[in-house]
Design a protein around this ligand. Sequence first.
Ligand code: ADP
Ligand code: MG
Ligand code: MG
Length: 211
Amino acid sequence: MSCTASDVVEALRSGAATVAEHRDELVRLDREIGDADHGENMDRGFRAVLTAVEQMDVDSESPGAVLKKAATTLISTVGGASGPLYGTAFLRAATAVTDLDELDGSAVAGALQAGLEGVTARGKAVTGDKTMVDALSPAVEAAKAAAASGEGPSGVLAAASDAAHQGVAATEPLVARKGRASYLGERSAGHTDPGARSTALLLSAFARRQA
Ligand code: ADP
Ligand code: MG
Ligand code: MG
């Protein structure tokens, strides 16, 4: 099975629902090591994304066009560090699949990899800095391996999601070296990174919905 523009809209719908469901949890995580707004930022952003992509005529659009609309909406509606980072991730993902009418497993893995490259280009975080990169980076590795073994979009996203959730758990003992949590120094250890958690939540939402 491959993934059409309409499947991308469904994935974003699932992502928006999951973010809304976990809004308070993300606020709580960000209260511990940040400024308690990550849930609010993400919920506002993904509501706006849904409104924007639902206005598109998906039957005449490509997956890349939907991802690009999501990107520009996130950049203009989500404040803070995470808005430009997620926006850049979606923008790079869109560019990676720009000429494709449908995405197979390797196109999905390629889009995830491009998204990670966007996040690291913009935020300069590496694995172990206690950021969303700690979820997204293992997700990309798992996605590429799944695609290489012949998985389609849903298998690739399921592998990415599982790896991302392990990456989230691994952020807990870390001392933050990027973003607002880094101001806490050693006191940031013992808490899960909110952006890593939202990345894993989004990937599992995308995986559930993907045909
Ligand atoms: P803010 O910190 O501006 O309030 P959010 O609370 O919405 O923004 O997002 C915080 C999350 O952003 C962090 O948990 C972390 O995962 C991510 N983040 C912050 N800085 C960076 C960075 N330089 N690179 C990657 N991710 C980052
Ligand atoms: Mg915050
Ligand atoms: Mg903030």
